[in-house]
Ligand binder design. Structure first.
Ligand code: PLP
Length: 326
């Protein structure tokens, strides 16, 4: 993966090589940080880069920070503005991924969450697929259990808890699968290693409730709305037993990274027909239209980075300068 050219670090945009931390940094040693992953989608017709639901991502980022007792100096609109500055500076004309991190920056020894100072960094790089087989992934039920709300809250994107995700992902991939389905302590399905989970039974979409130790996913919320409002599908949020996968018609992972992935086999058993089903097919088409800004009625979720003036300049053949941060 290509490294970013710039980073927002210590309150300003600097060359990426200058965004460095010491090895004693608290967040690095104890996982005391929170992060967010946001996608930007290039729309070639409009010559525009649309960032998908940045303020919603940053609201969850701030909530995650709150769980670690962090007070951050920027609110969701301010973080979104910084992000737009950074993306203009990078000047991307392709799909990209934005990684924002808030971490305790003190170089000190001592496990705690108090009397520490947070720092924010934001970087972005070009990005394609996270899972190769978006139209037909093979998943396994992980032998690892999801972190519990009373251990490390799964509803927040907390750096340390991603060891749990990494254990599940590597176990799955080393065993020849594309992704893991992780059960919570109760034995119900929680989610993938870095994606929320849905399945279709008797035409109804089921997804675990946010009280079943899942990340409160922005894509999950997006697809629930799209399924109900655009595809006329009933969505029920309830605990899901593992054996329900074996009798389901379709299963899906959804998330910023994975986007919309059809799970067509679980532990060598076909899900439904073993091929991508009608709900996943329709949802994928709709989702990619929405995130790329091709659905005017959902433009409220797409934050343009360059604005109409830049598209005009491009169309007239002018070279668009990267906009420096003021
Ligand atoms: C554990 C986990 N669940 C779910 C998701 C999906 O969340 P979102 O749709 O907000 O990206 C992610 C993030 O990528 C994640 O890391």
């Amino acid at each position: 993966m290509a490294l970013p050219r710039y980073a927002f670090f210590k309150g300003r945009i600097v060359p990426y090589s200058e965004a460095r931390v010491g090895v004693l940094t608290h967040g690095l040693n104890y996982g005391t940080g929170v992060f967010s992953g946001i996608r930007g989608y290039w729309n070639p017709d409009e010559k525009e880069l649309f960032v998908f639901r940045p303020e919603d991502h940053y609201r969850r980022f701030l909530e995650s920070a709150k769980m670690l007792g962090m007070t951050l100096p920027l609110d969701a609109p301010q973080l979104t503005a910084v992000l737009a500055d950074l993306l203009r500076k990078e000047g991307f004309r392709e799909d990209c991924y934005v990684r924002s991190l808030a971490f305790y920056a003190d170089e000190t020894v001592g496990v705690r969450l108090h009397d520490l100072t947070p720092e924010i960094s934001i970087v972005s790089m070009p990005y394609g697929r996270y899972i190769d087989k978006e139209e037909g992934a093979h998943a396994t039920i992980s032998s690892w259990r999801r972190v519990d709300d009373n251990a490390i809250p799964a509803r927040g994107k907390i750096v340390g808890s991603y060891v749990n995700s990494a254990l599940a992902k590597t176990e799955a991939m080393r065993s020849g699968f594309d992704e893991a389905i992780v059960l919570n302590g109760d034995g119900h399905i929680s989610e993938g290693s870095a994606a929320n989970f849905l399945l279709v039974r008797n035409g109804v979409v089921l997804t675990p409730p946010i009280t079943d130790n899942i990340l409160e996913g922005i894509t999950r919320r997006t697809v629930i709305d799209l399924l109900r409002d655009e595809l006329g599908v009933t969505v029920v949020e309830r605990s899901i037993d593992r054996s329900e996968i074996y009798v389901a018609e379709e299963a899906l992972f959804v998330g910023t990274g994975v986007q919309i992935v059809a799970v067509t086999r679980v532990d060598h058993r076909p899900v439904g027909t073993g091929r991508i089903g009608p709900i996943a097919t329709a949802l994928r088409k709709l989702y990619f239209d929405v995130v790329r800004g091709r659905r005017p009625d959902y433009r409220r979720w797409c934050a343009p980075v360059y604005g109409p003036a830049a598209a005009l300049e491009e169309n007239e053949g002018a070279v668009r300068p990267a906009v420096a941060r003021s």
